[in-house]
Write a protein that binds this ligand. Structure first.
Ligand code: ADP
Length: 180
């Protein structure tokens, strides 16, 4: 089972991807988490992406795609995975197509959450890239660069929309029942 979770910043897709992946027994692959881990460990890659992430900008594709390609080639990902935060641009969709094939994904779960709730959630979790300016920038970039992915995957008939508002466990149950 190869799934992709897409949603605006603060939609809770990381939390849900972790929980659903655990239930399905497949890895949760989050490019944002991988970058944060590099920053925390002070690796060369971490040094390269720290300022980019703090501003809420997207890390250049050559860095992101290489890291992702490496991750999905690991043995634990051979039986499927949940991608969270990749692809985020049309160019990254093409990269993913090259890695797993154009028909590689089984489903694309899109999170719908009210914008006011998104901002409140982000301001309350206090991550390094959750200041008000950065949040605004991340929303703009999401709308500009990531929203168009919905059309691409809609044309492939892969999109399933989930209501991402409310309690964490309620949302997990909604996703699991959508997956059947
Ligand atoms: P959120 O979903 O809340 O925006 P993520 O944890 O997915 O947060 O990502 C945090 C940051 O990591 C992004 O704002 C960006 O700087 C970087 N990042 C993560 N995934 C990608 C990607 N696929 N392409 C470029 N940058 C990315």
């Amino acid at each position: 089972m190869k799934l992709l979770f897409i949603g605006p910043p603060g939609a809770g897709k990381g939390t849900q991807a972790g929980k659903v992946a655990a239930r399905l027994g497949i890895p949760h692959i989050s490019t944002g988490e991988m970058f944060r881990d590099h920053v925390a460990r002070g690796t060369p890659l971490g040094e390269k992406v720290e300022a980019i992430m703090a501003a809420g900008d997207y890390v250049p594709d050559e860095v992101t795609v290489a890291m992702l390609a490496d991750r999905i080639a690991q043995p634990d990902a051979s039986g499927g995975f949940i991608l969270d935060g990749f692809p985020r641009t049309a160019a990254q969709v093409e990269s993913l197509d090259r890695l797993i094939g154009e028909d590689g994904l089984d489903e694309v779960i899109v999170f719908a959450v009210d914008e006011r709730e998104l901002i409140d959630r982000m301001l309350s979790r206090a991550r390094a890239d959750d200041s008000e300016d950065t949040i605004r920038n991340r929303f703009e970039i999401y709308q500009e660069q990531t929203q168009p992915l919905l059309d691409i995957y809609d044309a492939r008939r892969l999109i399933v929309t989930v209501d991402g508002s409310g309690e964490i466990d309620e949302v997990t149950d909604r996703i699991l029942s959508l997956l059947g």
